[in-house]
Write a protein that binds this ligand. Structure first.
Ligand code: G6P
Length: 469
């Protein structure tokens, strides 16, 4: 990928977060989450512009450059952080877009703050985007930006990618501001989703709510057209493989295994601590298997990394409390002195430490109730350059469409989840290697570079179609 689109025009990325945030000591460190992990390496390769928030309230630094990427911070006040970020984005939209796993809060003040932060993004983009350039907007926090930007800058090519699921019509239409959000997205030339189902949900939604004419994957509205498509996101496979191959990683992997007491099987979970991820579910399955004697605490251990996220939102506080109580109960019951059965880290780990952990993990448990894609599943396969290791993957993660060599499971079915874990633990080496080779072939076929290239090529076609129609 270069910093230009396939037609040679400059690209500006807009996402809620900049790819870096301030660490405790004030220095810049990578921001959390799959979105940044996927997009940043792509932009870092060649330079480019990224408009977003530093993650700190009232933080308004001058534009700066990190690793060749031109970063343009958008200030967000403490009030807006509560209303726009914690409130509308993560307490209204996030649960609604994830199968309404928790109740959404719908609050007019939050909506107003969402609008005004989206306006600020649009104003900054309108100012920094060169004539006829390409603006690529990301994720649910910025769904009004395409419409607002289109009003200011009809010359631009505007694309949007939703990293999380787009809900079915019956859920989306609960949203009091459903028309405004749907209209906002139609400011784009191309709206991209993770799975065909998400794209179909969006098309059905605008069909029901707005005055549009639909022809295949093109939506005609008010004299313009917007295309829709699915572009499953991926990871920088080469980067993960390079870290996994390094001597330091190999040494760290052996050290981790030794520190865990050299168990026969290490089971691993790596997630943001989010109620969509099904962390409690897998802990309960593990506990039940120990209780029933199907797993043995002297031979099987679990490592769960839970990255802190959205800590001011009550649903997240409840989820953390419930997970930590469970970890305590399981360890209290099944651990031995110096050898816990569950190793729980509520921390954000450096990427190379994560890759070392992936390599140490014999069985990776990715069991979300609902997930747009889940890049951890792909990272695990990329890290297993030894060709071994088993991935247990929820059918409700977007990644399940592609990673069909995983042990696929319905996480709502307790017994099925327990059986899937035992199947993974007991799987014969020959089958393990066969499945891992299938997983690795799949992710190599479609890494993040290919994802971006495909989206940007389709965006060029869509903008040409719009201009000619
Ligand atoms: C998910 C979302 C991203 C978000 C990330 C981290 O991956 O799709 O938009 O940036 O989580 O969440 P946070 O709220 O910390 O930005």
């Amino acid at each position: 990928m270069s910093e230009t689109s396939s037609s040679g025009r400059p690209i500006i990325i807009a996402a809620n977060r900049l790819p870096v945030m301030r660490a405790d000591g004030g220095q810049w460190t990578p921001s959390p989450g799959g979105l940044v992990r996927a997009l940043y390496p792509m932009l870092r390769e060649s330079g480019g512009t990224w408009v977003g928030w530093t993650g700190e309230p009232d933080d308004d630094p001058e534009p700066f450059t990190v690793e060749g990427v031109d970063l343009r911070p958008i200030p967000i006040s403490a009030d807006e952080m509560t209303l726009y970020y914690e409130g509308f984005s993560n307490d209204a939209l996030w649960p609604l877009y994830h199968d309404a796993l928790r109740e959404s809060t719908f609050d007019n003040d939050q909506w107003q703050a969402y609008r005004s932060v989206n306006e600020r993004f649009a104003a900054e983009l309108a100012e920094v985007a060169p004539d006829e350039s390409v603006v690529w907007v990301h994720d649910y926090q910025l769904q009004l930006v395409p419409g607002l930007l289109r009003e200011r800058r009809p010359d631009l090519t505007i694309g949007f990618f939703l990293h999380i699921p787009f809900p079915p019509v019956d859920l989306f239409t609960r949203l009091p501001w459903r028309d405004q959000i749907a209209t906002g997205l139609l400011g784009c030339d191309l709206v991209g989703f993770q799975r065909p189902k998400d794209a179909a949900n969006f098309v059905a939604t605008v069909d029901q709510l707005l005055d549009v004419a639909i022809d295949g994957n093109t939506i005609a509205h008010g004299g313009r057209t917007t295309s829709v498509g699915e572009y499953p996101i991926s990871i920088d496979v080469a980067e993960v493989e390079e870290i996994a191959t390094g001597r330091a990683t190999r040494q760290r992997t052996s050290q981790i295994r030794a520190r865990l007491g050299d168990p026969e099987v290490i089971m691993l979970g790596v997630d943001r601590l989010d109620y969509t991820k099904g962390i409690g579910l897998r802990l309960r399955a593990f506990a039940r298997l120990l209780e029933d004697g199907r797993l043995d605490p002297t031979r099987h251990v679990m490592v769960q990394v839970a990255t802190p996220t959205r800590e001011a939102v009550e649903h997240y506080q409840d989820e953390r409390a419930s997970i930590e109580r469970l970890v305590g109960e399981i360890n209290g019951r099944f651990s031995r002195i110096g050898l816990p059965v569950v190793h729980y880290l509520y921390q954000s780990l450096p990427y190379d430490e994560l890759v070392a952990l992936y390599r140490a993990g014999d069985v990776m448990l990715v069991t979300p109730f609902r997930d747009g894609m889940n890049l951890v599943a792909k990272e695990y396969a990329a890290a297993h350059i030894d060709g071994d290791g088993v991935l247990v993957l929820s059918e409700f993660a977007g990644a399940a469409d592609e990673l069909t060599d995983a042990v696929l499971v319905n996480p709502h079915d307790e017994r099925a989840l327990q059986d899937a874990i035992v199947e993974a633990v007991e799987m014969h080496r020959h089958e393990r290697r066969g499945r891992m080779s299938g997983l690795r072939d799949q992710i190599r076929k479609s890494d993040v570079q290919g994802w971006a290239d495909r989206f940007l090529a389709a965006l060029d076609v869509a903008s040409t179609t719009r201009k000619e129609s």
